[in-house]
Design a protein around this ligand. Structure first.
Ligand SMILES: Nc1ncnc2c1ncn2[C@@H]1O[C@H](COP(=O)(O)OP(=O)(O)OP(=O)(O)O)[C@@H](O)[C@H]1O
Length: 309
């Protein structure tokens, strides 16, 4: 089946010349949850806004369900739900009317049963007659989600859904996303929270400086997190990794004063014993050894730093 969302060499230069997207290409499969990670100003919101037709692309194209988001804007937009970063509700309107009116804006016929289902799922049913200004911050965010779901979209964008919300609401939000996935909704969310990506995403994309640096299966990323590094501080610095140690995944660090060995913690044999005896066999003296585990956070920080260099 064709991907539900196809982003092809998408570029966006804002008036004034700032290049916020520098050619993003990405396919997203139906029912997938993709988390887009990136520091402030990376281009996450620009990417979402361009896909949703709020911002015009400078070049490249996006299709949603096969519809081009510029040439076939209405069809494409009707398949998309967008939960914006900022809360933009009509304060004196009730929850029920807010959600009902949004559905109407998409030209969908009235369907009270569908709206009731959405409000119940978001634990908003008992608040349906409350004015939105009477709701807590967390409930307002839920109303934004209810609005975004009101026209039965196939793809839901959540722009930093849990920024500044408490732990409990964050977990709730994750449950809601898992629920939507079960219904076959494709979810793309932006986040600064790496644990959020870890908790709910099928795939993780890292964006910085308007470029997509990596898109990878979360499980594959987790497998990478299984990597550990053994740092061996040497008595005498080396100019290069000795040829006799070529079978090991070694790099020189600290100007030759240390060897770094990367190994997979999930494998039965780490190779450390063999390495240490090989070092001893080569007459290389050790001063100290230490190990550390790389995390998704480090992978992320490393990538972002590299791309900025
Ligand atoms: N309307 C605009 N005109 C000019 N520049 C803009 C406009 N909107 C965004 N930018 C710039 O584009 C870059 C990317 O912004 P964007 O909001 O997409 O980043 P982001 O990754 O969503 O950041 P954050 O995590 O802070 O929300 C920033 O440098 C921003 O200043």
């Amino acid at each position: 089946m064709a991907p539900i969302l196809q982003i092809n060499d998408l570029k966006k230069t804002y008036k004034g010349g700032f290049e916020a997207l520098k050619g993003v290409t990405l396919d997203i499969e139906e029912g997938e949850i993709l988390a887009l990670l990136g520091p402030n100003g990376a281009g996450k919101t620009t990417l979402i806004s361009t896909i949703c037709g709020i911002t015009m692309p400078s070049s490249g194209s996006v299709t949603v369900g096969g519809f081009d988001t510029v040439a076939q804007y209405r069809q494409a937009r009707s398949l998309i739900g967008l939960v914006p970063q900022e809360i933009n509700l009509e304060p004196f309107e009730t929850v029920w009317n807010t959600v009902r009116l949004t559905r109407g804006l998409f030209g969908k016929s009235r369907d009270d049963a569908a709206l009731e289902k959405i409000l119940r799922r978001l634990s908003l049913w008992d608040k349906k007659d409350s004015k939105t200004k009477e709701l807590s911050g967390g409930m307002k965010r839920r109303v934004l989600i209810a609005k975004a779901l009101s026209h039965d979209p196939k793809v839901l964008f959540l722009d930093e859904p849990t920024a500044g919300v408490d732990v409990e609401l964050r977990k709730d939000m994750w449950d809601i996303v898992a629920d939507l996935k079960r219904d076959g909704v494709t979810v793309i969310l932006t986040t600064h929270y790496i644990e959020e990506a870890e908790a709910i995403a099928d795939r993780v994309g890292v964006i910085n400086g308007g470029k997509l640096l990596l898109v990878e299966d979360k499980t594959a990323l987790m497998a990478r997190m299984g990597q550990k590094q053994l740092t061996i501080e040497l008595r005498e610095p080396l100019a290069s990794v000795p040829a006799g140690l070529a079978e090991f995944d070694l790099t020189l660090a600290q100007d030759g004063a240390a060897l770094v060995y990367t190994y997979d913690t999930k494998q039965d044999r780490t190779g450390i014993t063999a390495l240490l005896s090989a070092l001893s066999g080569a007459g290389i003296g050790l001063r100290d050894i230490s190990t550390r585990q790389s995390s998704l956070e480090e992978i992320f920080v490393g990538l972002v730093k590299e791309s900025a260099a």
